[in-house]
Design a protein around this ligand. Sequence first.
Ligand code: TXD
Length: 320
Amino acid sequence: MARNKIALVGAGNIGGTLALLAGLKQLGDVVVFDIVDGMPQGKALDIAQAAPVEGFDAKMSGTNDYADLKDADVVIVTAGIARKPGMSRDDLIGINAKVMKSVGEGIKNNCPNAFVICITNPLDVMVGLLQKESGLPPEKVVGMAGVLDSARFRCFLAEEFNVSVEDVTAFVLGGHGDTMVPLVRYSTVAGIPVPDLIKMGWSTEAKIEEIVKRTRGGGGEIVALLKTGSAFYAPASSAISMAESYLLDKKRVLPCAAYCDNGTYGLDGLYVGVPVVIGEKGVERVVEIEMNADERAMFDNSVNAVKELNEALAGVLAAG
Ligand code: TXD
């Protein structure tokens, strides 16, 4: 049986980490693509040389030619530029839109049956553009943000409660930006909802509110510390968990930027962060959870922010 083929478009900080993780988790052979000559080749060679030490068998190769994406099963896209300090995700829109056009074409021409995970910011609009440009059906193109945002939320909650990160579940909905909606009511420690834990005296509303705020600003906190780029370890882990769910047909329930249409979440053709089931068919189901009035208002606010970004994108595209 042939190994799966994972193509990574963008060989920067996240791309390199993705290649290493895909190897360590034995997800398949890896092709790393970038426009910079030599860099993807160098990273692939370096990771290939880690393989004997780590004990995994996977072909690792680097390329500057889209033809090498041929018949990839999964494509993870990080191509573009990352945020610098003081830059918002929206500032990235013009440059990264052009990148999505060329990546979409590369996918369309070489691996139209792939499951595509977009990471490039501003995430919710870039994934929509990539889906259009690639011509793939919406269930085969998703955006990674919610897994990362909820991992940040879980990490902070586990620290607050002094329990294992494994036993903390958390949901974050909405766009990947400052308007994201961390849902406290749906976040638990081993099934016990956070509001109950507050009642049990494990924490206070004020502390949880602090954690919600820190989660919303989680990306910016790291950008400010690194000064030369944005987070990459946790983003890579998050995307790999989505790829794994597809390749192994695990049907995990993960928050992803997915295409909501026909009134799902009250939307009509918009990519935004919602819980989905990922299995062999890609996005097999959008899970429509109930929200109370406050949560709905926060979600609507986040949806509006994504719509505004889409309008900005339309402006950029119209201007050529
Ligand atoms: O939650 C999330 N979705 C995110 C998103 C979390 C963290 C970072 N997020 C975004 O991912 C970030 O704002 C960027 O848009 C991407 C990639 O982040 P990374 O940290 O990996 O950026 P790098 O190191 O700058 O790598 C980008 C690579 C770099 O090697 C460029 O040469 C390459 O992209 N690049 C291209 N590759 C292929 N094709 C084209 N056109 C191209 N242009 C640049």
